[in-house]
Design a protein around this ligand. Sequence first.
Ligand code: NI
Length: 396
Amino acid sequence: MTVIPPHIACHPRALELAGELTEWRHHLHAHPETAFEEHQTSAFIAEKLTSFGLQVHTGLAGTGVVATLTGNRGPGRRIGLRADMDALDIHETTNLPYASRHPGKMHACGHDGHMTMLLGAARILAENPDFAGTVDFIFQPAEENEGGGRVMVEQGLFDAFPVDAVYGLHNWPGIPVGDMAMQAGPMMASYDVFEIVVEGKGCHAAMPHLGRDPITAAGQILTGLQTIPARNVNPLQSAVISPTWIFGGDTWNVIPSTATIRGTVRTFAAHVQDAVEQRLKDMATHTARAFDCTATITYQRRYPATINDAGATATALDAAQKIVGADHIDTAPEPSMASEDFAFMLEKVPGSYVWMGNGPTDGDCLLHNAAYDFNDDALPVGVSYWIALVQGAAAA
Ligand code: NI
């Protein structure tokens, strides 16, 4: 039974459909698929959109689906609404009746909820297209790690669907259901990855003077990397370097010839990103040198920072106020150091990415946790927000 907080002015049809929306969400939750393999998911979405009478386009980035609807209130702007479709490589531990039936795969980031809310909005708007302009419902693959949003853009998403603005949302644990958060400017950080291979010379562990130890050098590099955010970045700016993976060696009595460090860097500003990349390379190269080793560094920029446009965010705020009320919107949230490939869409088209509450972070209610579950009470809220946005943004 869906429980809607009393302050929310949900679209009446979204409330009527709450049971059906919950069924769709549970179906999607039970059948998670990961990056670029969202075939069943994509087919489910395309089938639903077709049944609503929408024009449906498939094939962008493989499993991407886009449906277009023109309103009956005359000409207006064309906007895109985006939901992500992919799950994660996590083995679900919820024991819910609709828990993942695909071992090792799980919707632990709530993308099942995102798809459901966008489908719900598409259905209600198709039933009654009382808006001006045109809306494109964009379902994208591979948000996690692989940049499906970038691939859709590269394959001509905005040539085929030339929207004036694009909007995204993410469920957010820690924000109550029925509350939202948004702001112009940074919402999510950039996402870079690095690998440092330290090479020395392997030898007997009891005779270290005969070799060149990459393990000790790697240890010093790890410590040195932490001084970059602390000593090279303006304290009023943000950066994090997290080495997440270190390996080298096979046994107790051998100093190996290599040691490898992998990890991630997150920043918001381009000049900070440039500086951190350069310092990381210098730190690794020269520290390895100091230990008579060498370092080979691979540095990849995966996702840019997610930066909201001021005008589009004002439009999003207007829509959100109509549904949840101004008192339930945080208009100055702390940006997240996590990242989002919606950033690639925002690089091409102005837009806004907002958070909507998924409830308290009790227990394991954390994104990417094996016990995470999207909160079904939020479904009609998100559907109503999308509808209000279409009615406001396309007419603007
Ligand atoms: Ni996500």
